[in-house]
Design a protein around this ligand. Structure first.
Ligand SMILES: NC(=O)C1=CN([C@@H]2O[C@H](COP(=O)(O)OP(=O)(O)OC[C@H]3O[C@@H](n4cnc5c(N)ncnc54)[C@H](OP(=O)(O)O)[C@@H]3O)[C@@H](O)[C@H]2O)C=CC1
Ligand SMILES: O=C(CO)[C@H](O)[C@H](O)COP(=O)(O)O
Length: 630
């Protein structure tokens, strides 16, 4: 932050500037000390300086201001009497102007008693002649003591403060801006300007909400300069190149100590890279997962910030204001871990989201196409399940979707069955593979979207292979059994996702707290559910959800039901990739004697990869010549 305290000689700018600098913990500079000797000599002889004299001095000051700003800020005392001078000083830096205003008589009295200063009191007349009072910045009348003046400046600086800016007025950015502004915070909003297509987007938001404290911009420089350092700038734009490009555009406009928050669904490894690059440049970077979609952003999302604890603390108060709250009234936000931890956790959140969505789609498919129920009937069954501790946001919205009609017909039937995706689900699969984490059910949810995208090919094959189940086959309409299967798969989906969090957190030394992660997911986010409420306590005692007492009880009563449902679905020709994968995952996970010995034998057979033996100490490797007769 750069503050210039200015006014005619004798107004007290040096005293006030020094005190202000002390208060703000910033270095103080006196512009007079930057005058070349020729200017000092002129002033001492009572000769007024001309504009020609001042220009080189102002230019040196402007370049120093830029440097001071980059180093964290400063307070400068400078006469800066004419608008031209001030514009030269402000050429490369955003400046907080503090004008010390006093009458000619007051200042004259002060000057005549000032013996040590090289300024000749006779020059006062010329100063008042050229003085152009500003109609911006902070104006302080100098009739009180320097300490009171400084207090007044501090108050006004605070009043003028707008620290929070949001870039990207799409679904999320716009609603987060509304959320924060409704809490009384002035928010600077910016959307890129693309001639002919993207014009005045941020201004539209401000115009539509005249009662809310928005400052809207199409121009990035003005947006940044309106923000008070240390600035907090939240990016709500698409992940990938757009984020890198936006950061590059921002960097030259920012000051050291400013905070950039990436609230989009960025890949956490990109966030780690950006965090170290921005740290080297002197900025804080907070990669932050946000969940809750449009409604969550507006009414209270779940927030998953990573980055440095210092950066987090700078904006904790803002974030707590906009976040959802859990049942105990605590904000659904936690500092997940350093670096890219927040985006990593959001990525896994989305992976669980994909699996839970696909699970509901499979349940719907069984009831609609296997049992032949109408959407409204399915909705009623799902509503009933909510009463069995299976309630979730995704279940609720599925019920609403199933009931929605357009011109007397179910809207769902008109929606093209090609699922799209933006990346988080697939990235989770890659990260699980990299870390050797079994991820079947959650990976299947991504694959299900991939195969759904092949609509034309599916249509062609469907014509060629018109599968019909055995005529004797009956798809039993058993909602209780399906409900148990649903509960078991949902639990496994969560176990798989949290396993990835634990594994990667341990590897990265992030120390992610699983119970706290579940807590911030109990409200505001897309995977909030009754199960998530339970997981807050479960993860206080267990890292492995499969081994928790509650899970063992559920598995005991539901394993056969899940097998029954998967079997029936397969028999009748309905794909249930997440359900079947969850069952396979579960069976594999609880098997003490697996068939992997055969895999090891095969590897050793064809590639001499060696194997360990059950009858020898672990860590010893053996090779067999499998074709020899010995
Ligand atoms: N929608 C959701 O439910 C959630 C989304 N997210 C994530 O939040 C981020 C924003 O999502 P959302 O609001 O839905 O997206 P939208 O598509 O609704 O909005 C995207 C915004 O980014 C701007 N933008 C696009 N490209 C660029 C670029 N190259 N440079 C600068 N700005 C750009 C757009 O401006 P313009 O109008 O000019 O195109 C628009 O303001 C994404 O990362 C998304 O994955 C996270 C949680 C939930
Ligand atoms: O993050 C989200 C919700 O939590 C977003 O809605 C995200 O866009 C969903 O992912 P995808 O578009 O891949 O379905």
């Amino acid at each position: 932050m750069i503050i210039i305290v200015f006014g005619v000689s004798g107004c007290g700018k040096t005293t006030v500037g020094q005190l202000l600098a002390e208060q703000l913990n910033l270095p103080f500079h006196d512009a007079d000390l930057y005058h070349p000797p020729v200017n000092v000599a002129k002033m001492s002889n009572g000769e007024p300086l001309t504009d020609q004299d001042r220009i080189p001095w102002l230019k040196v000051l402007a370049s120093n201001l830029r440097e001071w700003d980059n180093n964290g800020g400063a307070v400068l005392a400078c006469s800066a009497l004419k608008e031209d001078y001030r514009q030269t000083l402000a050429e490369a830096t955003e400046i907080n102007w503090v004008y010390l205003a006093g009458s000619y008589d007051t200042i004259r009295k002060r000057l005549v008693t000032r013996m040590k200063h090289f300024m000749n009191p006779k020059l006062l007349d010329s100063q008042f002649e050229i003085l152009e009072e500003p109609d911006y910045g902070i104006r302080i009348e100098i009739d009180s003591s320097p300490h009171l003046i400084v207090q007044e400046i501090m108050d006004k600086l605070h009043q003028n403060k707008v620290q929070f800016g949001i870039i990207g007025m799409g679904v999320m950015g716009r609603n987060l801006a509304l959320n924060l502004a409704e809490k009384g915070e002035t928010v600077c909003v910016y959307n890129r300007h693309v001639v002919g297509s993207e014009e005045g987007i941020a201004q539209r938001l401000a115009d539509e909400n005249p009662d809310l404290p928005f400052k809207a911009f199409d121009d990035l420089k003005s947006f940044v300069h309106t923000l008070e350092a240390p600035r907090v700038i939240l990016l709500m734009i698409p992940a990938g190149n757009a984020v890198d490009m936006q950061i590059e555009q921002l960097k030259p406009l920012l000051s050291k100590g400013d905070v950039i928050v990436d609230g989009g669904n960025s890949f956490f490894k990109d966030s780690e890279r950006r965090a170290s690059e921005l740290k080297a440049d002197g900025f804080h970077f907070l990669p932050m997962g946000i969940s809750g979609g449009e409604e969550g952003a507006r009414k209270g999302p779940s927030l998953m910030p990573g980055g440095t604890a210092e950066g987090y603390n700078l904006l904790k108060t803002y974030l707590e204001k906009i976040a959802a709250v859990d049942k105990k009234g605590k904000a659904c936000i936690t500092h997940v871990g350093t670096g890219g931890a927040g985006h990593f956790v959001k990525m896994v959140h989305n992976s669980i989201e994909y699996a839970e969505m696909q699970l509901l789609a499979e349940i719907y498919s069984i009831m609609r196409h296997g049992w032949g129920l109408e959407p409204e009937k399915i909705a009623a069954i799902l509503e009933d399940w909510a009463g069995y501790g299976l309630n979730s946001y995704l279940l609720e919205i599925t019920v609403s979707i199933l009931k929605k009609k357009e011109n007397e017909e179910f809207l769902l039937d008109k929606i093209l069955d090609q699922a799209e995706q933006k990346g988080t689900g697939g990235w989770s699969v890659s990260v699980a593979l990299e870390n050797g984490v079994p991820y079947g059910p959650l990976a299947e949810a991504v694959m299900a979207r991939n195969i759904s995208a092949r609509k034309t090919s599916r249509e062609d094959l469907a014509k060629k292979i018109a599968f019909k189940p055995d005529p004797a086959f009956v798809f039993d309409e058993k909602p209780e059994i399906l409900r148990n299967a649903f509960a078991m798969v949902s639990l496994i989906n969560h176990a798989v996702g949290f396993d990835l969090i634990k594994t990667v957190s341990d590897k990265q030394d992030w120390g992610i707290n699983l119970s706290e992660t579940a807590r911030i997911w109990t409200n505001g986010c897309i995977i909030r559910s009754a199960l998530m409420e339970d997981l807050v306590d479960v993860f206080k005692d267990h890292d492995n959800l499969l081994a928790a007492k509650q899970s063992l009880e559920l598995f005991g009563k539901s394993q056969r039901d899940l097998a029954f449902v998967v079997n029936q679905a397969m028999e009748s020709g309905h794909a249930v990739p997440v359900m079947s994968s969850a069952l396979n995952y579960y069976l594999s996970a609880i098997t003490s004697e697996s068939a992997a010995n055969l895999i090891q034998a095969q590897r050793d057979f064809f590639g001499a990869h060696t194997y360990q033996r059950k009858d020898k100490e672990r860590g010893n490797y053996f090779h067999t010549d499998w074709l020899s007769n010995d």
